[in-house]
Ligand binder design. Structure first.
Ligand SMILES: Nc1nc2c([nH]c(=O)n2[C@@H]2O[C@H](COP(=O)(O)OP(=O)(O)OP(=O)(O)O)[C@@H](O)[C@H]2O)c(=O)[nH]1
Ligand SMILES: [Mg+2]
Length: 315
C-alpha cells in the first residue's frame, strides 16, 4: 500500500511575555480526537506552509499572523499516512484567539505542556517550543573567577538560556565543583544547564540534563537518564543522528557547519548538507561550527532550532 502523504502547517503561538503557548483540543469526532494540538491544518494545493497557516489560523482561531518564523519540520509515519508537520512560531498576531470551530483553546505555560496529551508526531515540536534559539557551550578556562565572569556576562548581556558545561581539562572533582557554581548562576537567570560527559554526573549535581559526546552516544543502547531531564548529543552525520533518535535524545548539535580553528582538519558540512540531514532528524538540531548569532535566522530557515557556539558567547 502506498501511504497518503499529508502536508500540515501548524503554529506555536507565543504569548506576548514569551512564557505561554496556545494549544487547541481536537474535536472528538476527527482523527486524534480529544488530543491537544498546535492549531493548523492541511495545505491546499499550491499553498506554501506560511500561506496555508495564515488561512488555517484565520479559520480556526480568527487571528491574523503578523510575525512568524519557521520552528521545526517533523516527518512522522502514522499507520495510514505519512505526515509532514511544518511548524511555525508565531510571535505577533492581530485579534483575540477563540475556538471558531467550537474547539477548546488554552494558553499554557511552557513547562506545563508535558501534562497535555498530544498526537505521537508532536514530541519533537514540544521540545522545540521549550528550547531557545541559542545554545552556549562553555569555553576552556583554568581560572574559576574568570569562568564565572564569562558565564555571568553571557547570561545577562547575551540573554543565554541554555548552557552546556564543557570542561575537558578538569578532573572529576574540579568539574563537579564548577558545575555546582554554574548551576547556581544558571538558576538565578532562569537558564538551563546541561553537564557534558558521563550521565552519572547527574547523580552528584541536579542539573537539567546531560550532553553526550558522539562517541558516548554511539555506545549507548538506550536513554541513560530520566525523561524529566534533557538529553542532548553531539552528532556529525546521519548515522549519529539516527542513533540520537533511537536512544531518545531531546535535541542535538550537528557539526561542523563551517571549518573552525579548533578542528581545521575536519571537512565542513555546509548549509546544503546540513539542511538535508536536519530535514530527517527526529529532534531539534542546533547548528555548530563557526556559528554566531548572526547565523541564527539562516539556521532557522533551513530547519534548525538555532545555533550553538563557544566563541560567540565566551568572551
Ligand atoms: N493541526 C495539527 N495537526 C496535527 C498535529 N499533530 C498531528 O499529528 N496532526 C495531524 O495532522 C493532520 C492535520 O489535520 P487537521 O485535522 O488539523 O486538518 P484541517 O485543519 O485541514 O482539517 P480538515 O481536514 O477537517 O479541514 C491530522 O491527521 C492531525 O491529527 C498538530 O499539532 N496540529
Ligand atoms: Mg486543523
Amino acid at each position: 500500500m502506498v501511504k497518503r502523504r499529508v502536508h500540515v502547517a501548524a503554529a506555536a503561538i507565543i504569548s506576548e511575555d514569551g512564557r505561554k503557548v496556545l494549544i487547541a483540543r481536537r474535536p472528538s469526532n476527527v482523527d486524534h480526537g480529544g488530543l491537544w494540538e498546535f492549531p493548523g491544518g492541511k495545505l491546499a494545493p499550491y499553498e506554501t506552509g506560511l500561506e496555508g497557516l495564515k488561512r488555517e489560523l484565520h479559520e480556526e482561531l480568527g487571528v491574523e499572523i503578523q510575525r512568524a518564523q519557521p520552528l521545526i519540520r517533523v516527518h512522522h509515519e502514522y499507520a495510514e499516512k505519512h505526515i509532514l508537520l511544518d511548524v511555525w512560531q508565531v510571535h505577533a498576531f492581530a485579534g483575540e484567539p477563540f475556538g471558531r470551530e467550537g474547539q477548546a483553546v488554552r494558553w499554557v505555560a511552557m513547562d506545563e505542556l508535558v501534562g497535555y496529551p498530544f498526537p505521537a508526531a508532536n514530541l519533537p515540536i514540544l521540545r522545540a517550543v521549550m528550547l531557545p534559539t541559542e545554545y552556549l557551550i562553555t569555553g576552556e578556562e583554568s581560572d574559576e573567577a574568570r569562568f564565572e565572569a564569562s558565564l555571568t556576562r553571557a547570561l545577562t548581556e547575551d540573554g543565554v538560556r541554555l548552557v552546556q558545561l564543557r570542561a575537558k581539562l578538569l578532573d572529576e572533582s574540579a568539574y563537579l565543583a564548577r558545575a555546582e557554581r554554574a548551576l547556581t548562576l544558571c538558576r538565578e537567570h532562569g537558564a538551563r544547564l546541561l553537564l557534558n560527559g558521563d550521565p552519572e554526573r547527574l547523580e552528584h549535581i541536579d542539573a537539567d540534563g546531560i550532553h553526550l559526546t558522539s562517541e558516548r552516544l554511539m555506545k549507548l543502547e538506550r536513554r541513560p537518564i530520566a525523561e524529566d531531564k534533557w538529553l542532548s548529543a553531539s552528532t556529525h552525520d546521519r548515522r549519529q543522528l539516527t542513533q540520537a533518535g533511537h536512544i531518545g535524545c531531546d535535541f542535538v548539535t550537528l557539526s561542523p557547519l563551517r571549518t573552525t580553528p579548533s578542528h581545521p582538519e575536519v571537512a565542513p558540512l555546509g548549509w546544503h548538507d546540513f539542511q538535508q540531514l536536519v530535514e530527517r532528524a527526529a529532534m531539534p538540531v542546533f547548528a555548530l561550527g563557526g556559528m554566531t548569532r548572526f547565523d541564527a535566522n539562516h539556521a532557522r530557515a533551513v530547519g534548525a532550532q538555532g545555533i550553538a557556539s563557544i566563541r560567540d558567547f565566551w568572551k
